[in-house]
Design a protein around this ligand. Structure first.
Ligand code: PAF
Length: 278
């Protein structure tokens, strides 16, 4: 594995790629969830690039940018063992200049749920993803795929829309959520949870399982499902419970095969999200 810390070195490396390229963008503190994206990229492509960049423009004032877990050495080992070809670790100065043009998330889909709770987050996220896709595909690989987890379902929907709206030549590959044995969706932010908070955090996945049970019992009404989920989530601070279709439009009834159930909650100081596609 080659580790590159500059854009010039990245271009030198990717110039040698002769075949399909799979790209996994990350903010580091890699866990089994990231590994599953890397494994999928590895099994589908001739070359795999991973980026680690804690992107400042997607953090709001007062969020955890400075505290965001950084585990560079462990991350390098994980990538090496996973067979990554190029690990790109840029810094802020090479990614941004002072007066940049910006990307704005779409008015409807971009400013509900996560977009409403974290206004501006998706603008910064889309901006860096656009930059990273352009950088990795600089030499125009014949096949270029980028891998994103379904856990950040709204992020995934917006990236898919950006790729469509800006005619970017990349296939976006959605990847399944990875959970620990007790059901907690893996996230770098789980590291903030105390033992007691981790137990309470399990109610997020429990509420989603409960929702599935209801759907299996033919309860399709969104209001009824939401109210049962709210009961299961009584030990955390709920930010939102939402049932939307795959286009992130509000629905009154679950449509099997086209619905995402999302939950966001604070457990102590930690903000967690989880979702289920049904
Ligand atoms: O999901 C993430 O880790 C980040 O939002 C991403 C896609 C790497 C952009 O910084």
């Amino acid at each position: 594995m080659i580790i590159v810390n500059s854009i010039e070195e990245l271009f030198e490396q990717t110039a040698n790629f002769n075949g399909s390229v799979g790209f996994v963008p990350t903010m580091g503190a890699l866990h089994e969830g990231h590994l599953s994206l890397i494994r999928q990229a590895k099994s589908n492509n001739d070359f795999v690039v991973v980026s680690i960049f804690v992107n400042p423009t997607q953090f709001l004032e007062g969020e955890d940018l400075d505290a965001y877990p950084r585990k560079e050495e462990a991350d390098k080992k994980i990538c090496q063992l996973a067979g990554v070809d190029v690990l790109f670790m840029p810094n802020k100065e090479m990614m941004y200049e002072a007066d940049e043009l910006s990307i704005t998330a779409p008015a409807k889909r971009g400013f509900i749920l996560e977009g409403a709770k974290r206004p501006g987050h998706f603008d910064g996220m889309l901006q860096v993803v656009m930059k990273l896709l352009n950088l990795i595909a600089y030499h125009k690989p014949s096949i270029f795929r980028a891998y994103f987890g379904k856990k950040d379902a709204q992020q995934l929907a917006l990236i898919t829309q950006m790729v469509k709206n800006y005619f970017i030549n990349v296939e976006i590959v959605p990847c399944a959520i990875v959970r620990s044995a007790d059901g907690l969706a893996l996230s770098s932010r789980n590291a903030y949870l105390s033992k007691e908070e981790r137990v309470r955090a399990l109610s997020l996945s429990r509420s989603l399982r409960k929702a599935t049970e209801l759907v299996m019992q033919k309860e399709l009404k969104v209001k009824a499902i939401e109210s049962v989920m709210r009961e299961v989530l009584n030990e955390v601070d709920i930010e939102y419970i939402a049932l939307v279709n795959r286009q992130f439009q509000a629905i009154d009834e679950v449509e099997i095969g086209n619905t995402i159930i999302l939950v966001a909650a604070r457990v102590g100081h930690t903000r967690l999200i989880d979702n289920l596609w049904i």
